[in-house]
Design a protein around this ligand. Structure first.
Ligand code: FAD
Length: 451
């Protein structure tokens, strides 16, 4: 029969590693970490591209310089991770139209201000009237973005961040600054450092047999006595408790079946949380043809189709001389390019760049298109709770079901969607499980005393 350990952790992303670390540091060392892919890190992932290390997943440490210190910023500081400051606020002054003209800054700033006001108005309307319906009580319907410039601004405001519209806890608590990770060792270096605190490593490699890679969990059988975990390759593991750190997209996908099934309050909550798809496409060029210098890191392309290769960034600040551009797509556009050959995506991107910079720019020599949506161990980029939702949804997504506990960025009430959200959620779930184990131990002692 399979050997039994105290806790099985499903997934070795930031939340899985941080939860395992909390357990190990508190004396629960007979743990098993089952990770579906062949590496740790999950949505923190670097890849070599055009001679540099680029981040396909999380790229920024968001929320720095505020009254409280962002724990991920502290980890980065301790590890000497190389980062550089990112200033998005100039993007609105670098909006190109299809003929390559930059919109005058006054017009762009004005349009931006209007878009923020209208988004705030819409939020108020929705709060006053959460089920939609008629807006009779003196509220004005906000104007819809129509022109390519308005659409570009709308995309930045809504598909990136709403910080100017709605207070975001990350910026409130940790500060408004964001730093891009620009380190050859990758953002994931932080995870290796964390893992090395409690797993056996040698020469930078994790050799601890408690971490099992290429183990795709497919079934959880749970009862009052414990949990049996079955993986795709036919292995069976038993534990007193399981912590699942798989993404909200994976929970929705039903890659893992639960036996007995999850209760309705749980599946309803999982249903209510949206999955955001966010795709950074990297392009390598023989030389640079875009403006650099202060205020030029980000630029926008205004097209009549919302989100069509709108948001651009050059990598010269991170890696001078890299000649790499990044364009970010989201949701529908992300899914569309994931489904087509990269050559087609390259042609589209070059068409857009020639609109902005003229016909004589060189072709990209390489392209990298991450596929977070079609990766069955991710099924999306991060959780996105409806703006007008109550904390019950997150609480229900986080709440344990019998001996199965849940963690991951999507279980973080304040910081979902961020690396620090995953990190803090892992600590939180680890502590909750330790308390539960303590309770169970006392209960057992009480029972044996009574016998
Ligand atoms: P994951 O990292 O997804 O870890 C879960 C692990 O479970 C994975 O390793 C997965 O392989 C594994 N798994 C899945 N299914 C199974 C199974 N059946 N059996 C076993 N293992 C399984 N955050 C920021 O703070 N700043 C950013 O700039 C930023 N940008 C982002 C950009 C992109 C493109 C993406 C995708 C994310 C971004 N994020 C950013 C969000 C951040 O990356 C995540 O919030 C965080 O990494 C999630 O960690 P996690 O541990 O919750 O989940």
């Amino acid at each position: 029969s399979p050997s039994r350990c105290s806790v099985i952790i499903i997934g070795a992303g930031v939340s899985g590693i941080s939860t395992a670390k909390v357990l190990a540091e508190n004396g629960v060392e007979d743990i098993t970490i089952l990770e579906a892919s062949d590496r740790i890190g999950g949505r923190i992932r670097k890849e070599g591209f055009g001679g540099f290390s680029v981040e396909l997943g999380a790229g920024w440490i968001a929320g720095v310089g505020g009254k409280e210190s962002n724990p991920v910023w502290e980890l980065a500081d301790k590890s000497g991770l190389r980062t550089c400051f990112s200033d998005y606020s100039n993007a609105r002054y670098n909006i190109y139209d299809k003929s390559g003209k930059i919109f005058p800054s006054g017009i762009a700033a004005d349009s931006y201000k209007k878009a923020v006001e209208s988004a705030i108005q819409k939020l108020r309307n929705d709060e006053a009237n959460p089920c939609g319906g008629d807006l009779s009580k003196g509220t004005e319907p906000p104007s819809m973005p129509k022109t390519p410039m308005e659409l570009a601004i709308d995309f930045v405001l809504h598909d990136f961040e709403m910080a100017e519209v709605e207070p975001i806890s990350t910026y409130l608590d940790f500060g408004e600054r964001e730093f891009l990770v620009a380190d050859e060792r990758g953002y994931e270096f932080l995870l290796y450092k964390m893992a090395a605190d409690f797993l056996f490593t040698s020469e930078g490699k994790i050799l601890d047999s408690r971490l099992k890679l290429n183990k795709v969990v497919r079934e959880l059988q749970h009862s009052r006595n414990g949990v049996t975990v079955k993986t795709e390759d036919g292995s069976v593991y038993e534990a007193s408790y399981v912590i699942s750190s798989v993404s909200i997209g994976v929970l929705k996908s039903q890659l893992i079946s639960f036996n007995p099934p999850l209760p309705k309050w749980k599946t309803d909550a999982i249903e209510k949380c949206d999955v955001m798809v966010y795709t950074k496409i990297f392009l390598k060029f023989p030389y640079k043809f875009w403006p650099c210098g202060p205020g030029k890191e980000f630029f926008l392309y205004a097209h009549e189709r919302r989100g069509y290769y709108t948001f651009w960034q050059h990598m010269e600040n991170a890696y001078p001389g890299s000649n790499i551009l990044v364009v970010t797509l989201t949701n529908g556009e992300s899914k569309r390019v994931e489904g087509q050959p990269d050559g087609d995506t390259l042609k589209e991107a070059m068409g857009v760049l020639r609109d902005m910079f003229g016909p004589n720019i060189p072709d990209a020599t390489d392209i990298l298109v991450p596929r977070w949506w079609n990766n069955r161990f991710q099924c999306g980029s991060y959780s996105n709770y409806p703006i007008i939702s109550n904390d019950d949804v997150v609480q229900n997504i986080k709440a344990p079901v019998g001996r199965i506990f849940f963690t991951g960025e999507h279980t973080s009430v304040r910081f979902n969607g961020y690396v620090h959200g995953g990190y803090l959620a892992g600590i939180d779930t680890g502590k909750a499980l330790l308390e539960e184990m303590e309770k169970e131990k006392k209960e057992m002692e009480r029972k044996s005393d009574n016998q």
